[in-house]
Design a protein around this ligand. Structure first.
Ligand code: TUI
Length: 324
């Protein structure tokens, strides 16, 4: 206690559930969040997540082992349910003793009993109240309520509208984490005020020093303005938020012309790899959230997490003083 000020503890029931210091998950980012990034986030006191996406099972096993070399703390794997090898990845996480699984883009119900039996903590990422309820009925231990501000595959609702509704629906049963548009301490405080027990952050970790993407991708994020993201591919049923570039303009042209799904697919083929590995940020898919403009420095994962929570404490103190 210093000069009558209570020392604010930002720890929540989510920290107890997972056994972490800070209630922050590094969002799974396809082709981006590997064992090195996830291990670094976990070692810094959050939960790092290796993106399963469509990666071969053997590649994921290697990434899990890399994360284990970096940290003894819990980390997770995201199982992208649309992936062809989802069944194999679901087994892999059990065999490798992975502590946390997050899921995206589908319903993981059929895997949940096995995961729970193996002691895996299951945290589906959900875009709506109905899906959140379904997941909790299936045995989810927590949910991430992800607003449309996020990068990558997005739902319709904003974080501001979605999070309190998911909290009302399932918050008495499981912790709810907020995702979409959170990149600093203000976002953490806002999430807490909406009833969340933590946050999932993706975009800010794109520019982490431990994030091994092409520097052109990082520079594109660092240089982004508020209106620089756009949602592409709505007609395909898989809307994806990316930073505006030539690829995004081509997508918009296709949408206007009422193009076939094949044409969309052709344009999207290999686009993420082009951006992440080749650094082609014009014809590549530069996935990032609406908060990209707030992300303006490259830092270590540890600095990012500690700065965000230190800022959250300051914000809490200073805003509290406004109210009488
Ligand atoms: O999954 C994400 N974000 C993603 S996945 C991804 S990989 C990808 N790349 C290109 C095209 C499509 C996918 C990049 N970013 N976020 C979590 C999320 N889950 N958002 C929406 C959902 C979701 C949607 C429907 C969860 C469950 C659900 O169930 C209903 C159903 O019909 O399956």
């Amino acid at each position: 206690m210093v000069s009558g000020k209570e020392d604010i503890n930002m720890s929540t029931r989510f920290c107890e559930l997972v056994g972490v210091e800070y209630p922050i998950i590094q969002g799974a980012m396809a082709r981006i969040s590997d064992g090195f990034l996830a291990g670094s986030v976990s070692e810094a006191g959050g939960i790092g997540i290796i993106a399963g996406m469509n990666a071969p099972t053997e590649y994921l096993r290697e990434q899990i082992r890399i994360a284990k070399e970096i940290t003894n703390k819990p980390f997770g794997v995201n199982v992208m349910l649309a992936a062809e090898n989802a069944d194999e990845v679901a087994e892999l996480v059990i065999n490798e003793g992975v502590k946390v699984v997050t899921t995206g883009a589908g319903l993981p119900g059929k895997y949940i009993p096995k995961w729970k039996e193996a002691g895996v903590i299951v945290i589906p990422v959900v875009p709506s109240v109905a899906i959140a309820k379904m997941m909790v009925r299936s045995g989810a231990d927590a949910v991430v309520a992800e607003g449309t501000e996020s990068g990558g595959h997005v739902g319709e609702l904003t974080t501001m509208a979605l999070v309190p509704q998911v909290v009302d629906a399932v918050g008495d049963k499981v912790p709810v984490l907020a995702a979409g548009g959170i990149a600093d301490g203000r976002g953490i405080c806002a999430a807490y005020m909406l009833g969340a027990d933590g946050v999932q952050v993706g975009t800010r970790f794109l520019v982490a020093e431990e994030c091994h993407i092409h520097q052109n991708y990082k520079n594109k994020v660092l240089g982004a303005k508020d209106i620089d993201t756009i949602v592409t591919g709505r007609p395909t049923g898989h809307p994806v938020r990316i930073l505006k570039n030539k690829l995004a303009r081509n997508y918009m042209e296709l949408e206007k012309s009422g193009a076939s799904l094949e044409e969309f697919e052709k344009l999207g083929l290999g686009a993420l790899r082009r951006a992440v590995e080749d650094g082609d940020v014009e014809m590549g898919s530069v996935m990032a959230g609406q908060i990209a403009a707030l992300v303006n420095k490259e830092q270590k994962c540890k600095e990012i997490i500690e700065e965000m929570f230190a800022e959250a404490k300051q914000v809490y103190e200073s805003r509290k003083a406004l109210v009488f």
